[in-house]
Design a protein around this ligand. Structure first.
Ligand code: ATP
Ligand code: MG
Length: 760
């Protein structure tokens, strides 16, 4: 059977169109990713193209891994020479290969979010900036935005209004870049920006990549930002054999700079582009597909498409009204248990999706009680654990002695009697001599202010590092991991403290050492640098254990590109999904709701056979019951596709009161009548948008857009005077954002721009 006979005629046309720019624009589940893999197989098997002349880029390591597996199934071992990866990993590879040409030190460190913030805090200290006035976090986020728009510190300062705050940010941006340079480090955004910049500045290197990448493929093109867009142009170069695949209705990463125009204007950017649309959906039942089509048809800024399926209508979509979020979790877990016990679906075929990470908590508690296997995508990340970051910092410093952030993390971990005062002396000396902190350790005698005890302790640290540096080139990777654990004194420190927590920490480090061994086994050219790079490029979506036979819990953002037989989309309530922020912003800019609606579309279309949508009447948020009203999105599904259920428990005295209010205020879900799609303005009373709290504060709930957001409702934070507390609500955006934090029995409302809140 020929390879392409497993595709329908339009898919086949797409796979066979190998010359010139090609846009495959199609809805969810129409086989876009499948076409991409078959096209690559066709190039290799049928046209005899060398695998190393083919590039295939996507957004998460998990998706890239799947792409590679699927190509492997079609072409066998040749697949390993195809350039597959995420934008970030391909860029990291190019930067390392071309380090000499690009005037870079090959051993650069890749800064994660924590490293970025530490660097910025240090810059605040040096510049004497009061963190009460502006937080390191908000500066970092503005710098990241600037980078995603390809604005350098200079162009940032001349772009936009000339306000004092913009001037300050641009100064901090300049210092931050200088700091990265001094530490031989690049942050995540730099991987893209620096590749663009340096390829541009080196025409001969650029043309060597253009000669190498004869066929460039990009999946999920609708989520590319400015640097990614330019990279696609650079890579596909003169031949313009660029095949991009995407769905404008699934663009959901605007907050990371994704620009929908990249896909909508593809035909303008590449005038000789061919566009192929795929209209047959192979994933979902007729009813699920219709619901998805009806919902997304309300968005104005879209190309519009018509998806159909040959499959059955399938079951009705369950819409379940739950008394509370607890009840919602119970219902979902019970329903999943029934599926497993009646052998309808296995755990691995089911997924629960939610808008914000904080919603996973009650689900997780119920699941733990049930004993069913589950996995949370993007939960507490292994590589973010304290002990793992500590051990990795030793490795980073071995690879890149200029990594001051890494050094500061471990110079006194475990404790070696090196205090903050000694470190300040080192820092001062490093700055005035323009050297890095590690180099100061070789000059201790010349540094003012250090007493002999400190010199002694710093020397001990230096000796450990020199020993490990020597071992780095002599022993296998996993052995090096163990040496670091032992010689640094970390193992002794943990073993002396025999609490359950330290047991877990020892296990985690053992796990890390096992990963190093595995990395060594699977990569013939493995070394410390390749291992650190793999770790640095991990995205939250990748940090999953065995997902094959476990229920998957994840945010809607993480679910893109995946499919499950049975899908639950939870928390369909106003101000949660869509978020309060989107509701607020939509008053001025209706597109804010459109991005949320696309996210709902992504959620619906993950389901093959069964879809369950839940909403609650009350959410219990840290000591407070909040009344909820159903999401406007529920009303956009035609009534005939839906089966309504209620999950209401006996009412306790407190909820009786709130229930009473609810009946007075709540709008009933008003399902759309078949055949009528009207573009209605959201009709929400002010009561529906804001909730009254005991203190009389008007605060909104569930306003979270980013899973990495540490100011999300439910997160723990630390305040300089009030200590540790939990965020119960949030309102406003940007500099006007305020969060309500529960510190013990008190709730304080805090203006984020003026208080230094840290993750707690
Ligand atoms: P998304 O927009 O969610 O990323 P997609 O368009 O990339 O979806 P795929 O994941 O490639 O869609 O395909 C969806 C499902 O349909 C997969 O299970 C795939 O194997 C199946 N499929 C696609 N095309 C065909 C075909 N021609 N014959 C049989 N199955 C197909
Ligand atoms: Mg896909």
């Amino acid at each position: 059977m020929s390879l392409l006979s497993q595709l329908n005629p339009s898919q086949r046309d797409a796979a066979e169109t190998t010359n010139g720019p090609l846009l495959i624009l199609a809805g969810a589940g129409s086989g876009k990713t499948r076409v991409l893999t078959y096209r690559i197989a066709y190039l290799i098997n049928q046209l005899g193209v060398a695998p190393w002349n083919i590039l295939a880029v996507t957004f998460t390591n998990k998706a890239a891994g799947e792409l590679k597996d699927r190509i492997d199934q079609l072409v066998g071992p040749k697949s390993k020479d195809v350039w597959t990866g995420t934008f970030h990993s391909i860029c990291a590879r190019i930067l390392r290969y071309e380090a000499d040409n690009f005037d870079l030190d090959r051993n650069f460190t890749i800064y994660d979010e924590t490293d970025r913030r530490s660097a910025m805090r240090r810059i605040f200290e040096i510049h004497n900036i009061n963190p009460e006035e502006i937080t390191p976090r908000s500066v970092i986020s503005q710098i990241s935005k600037a980078k995603n728009s390809m604005l350098s510190p200079t162009s940032f300062s001349s772009d936009g209004e000339d306000t004092p705050s913009r001037k300050l940010i641009s100064e901090l941006y300049t210092s931050y870049q200088a700091d990265l340079h001094r530490n031989n480090a690049l942050d995540f955004d730099d991987l893209l920006v620096e590749t663009v910049r340096r390829l541009d500045a080196n025409p001969s290197v650029m043309s060597s990549y253009q000669n190498r990448f004869l066929y460039t493929h990009v999946d999920e093109y609708q989520d590319t930002n400015r640097p990614q867009y330019i990279l696609c142009r650079q890579w596909s170069g003169n031949n313009q054999n660029l095949c991009v695949v995407g769905d404008d209705d699934q663009s959901i990463y605007k907050f990371r700079g994704a620009d929908l125009r990249n896909i909508l204007d593809f035909e303008q950017d590449y005038p000789n582009a061919k566009t192929i649309r795929l209209e047959q959906n192979y994933r979902s039942t007729g009813r699920i597909l219709r619901a998805a089509n009806e919902v997304i048809s309300r968005n104005k800024s879209r190309k519009g498409k018509n998806l159909w399926t040959k499959g059955d209508d399938g079951d009705l979509i369950d819409v379940v009204e739950c008394e509370s979020d607890r009840r919602e979790a119970k219902y979902i877990v019970q329903t999943m248990r029934q599926q497993i016990s009646s052998s309808k679906y296995t755990a691995g075929q089911m997924a629960v999706l939610y808008r914000t990470n904080a919603q996973s908590r009650s689900l997780e508690e119920e699941l733990q009680r049930s004993g069913m296997p589950y996995t949370i995508v993007g939960g507490t990340r292994f590589y973010e654990r304290r002990e793992i970051k500590d051990v990795l910092s030793y490795m980073r410093l071995l690879m890149n002695p200029a990594d001051d952030i890494g050094l500061m993390r471990i110079v006194n971990t475990p404790r070696r009697g090196i205090g903050q005062t000694s470190i300040s002396h080192l820092q001062r000396y490093a700055i005035s001599n323009n050297i890095n902190l590690f180099e100061t350790l070789n000059n201790l005698k010349n540094i003012d202010g250090l007493n002999s005890r400190s010199i002694n302790n710093l020397n001990k640290f230096y000796e450990i590092m020199v020993f490990l540096q020597k071992s780095k080139d002599e022993v296998p990777l996993s052995k090096l991991g163990r040496l670091i654990f032992e010689r640094s004194g970390y193992e002794t420190m943990l073993k002396e403290d025999r609490s359950q927590e330290t047991e877990n920490r020892i296990e985690n480090i053992e796990q890390l050492i096992a990963f190093m061994a595995e990395h060594e086994e699977t990569n013939p050219e493995a070394n410390l640098l390749t291992f650190l790079e793999e770790v640095a490029l991990m995205s939250p979506e990748d940090d999953t254990s065995d997902t094959n036979n476990a229920i998957t819990l994840m945010t809607l953002h993480s679910a893109k590109g995946l499919e499950y037989s049975m899908v639950f989309v939870t928390g369909l309530e106003e101000n949660l999904f869509p978020t309060a922020r989107a509701v607020e912003e939509s008053r001025e800019n209706p597109e804010s709701i459109e991005e949320e609606r696309r996210l709902f579309y992504v959620g619906i279309t993950r389901a093959c056979d069964r879809l369950v949508l839940t909403h609650t009447n009350q959410r219990y948020a840290y000591g407070n019951l909040i009344e909820c009203i159903p999401s406007r999105f529920l009303k956009e599904i035609p009534e005939e596709l839906v089966s309504l259920h209620q999950e209401l428990s006996e009412i306790n005295p407190r909820s009786r009161q709130t229930r009473q209010n609810r009946f007075e205020n709540k709008q009933k879900i008003n399902f759309q009548k078949p055949g009528k799609i009207t573009q209605k303005k959201p009709n929400l009373s002010a009561k529906g948008v804001h909730y009254e709290w005991d203190e009389g504060n008007q605060v909104s709930f569930g306003d979270i857009i980013d899973q990495d957001d540490f100011l999300a409702v439910g997160q723990w934070v630390r305040h300089a005077s009030w200590g540790r507390g939990q965020i119960v609500a949030r309102e406003g955006t940007g500099d006007k954002m305020k969060v309500s934090v529960q510190f013990g029995p008190h709730i304080k409302k805090i203006a984020v721009a003026f208080a230094q809140l840290e993750p707690g």
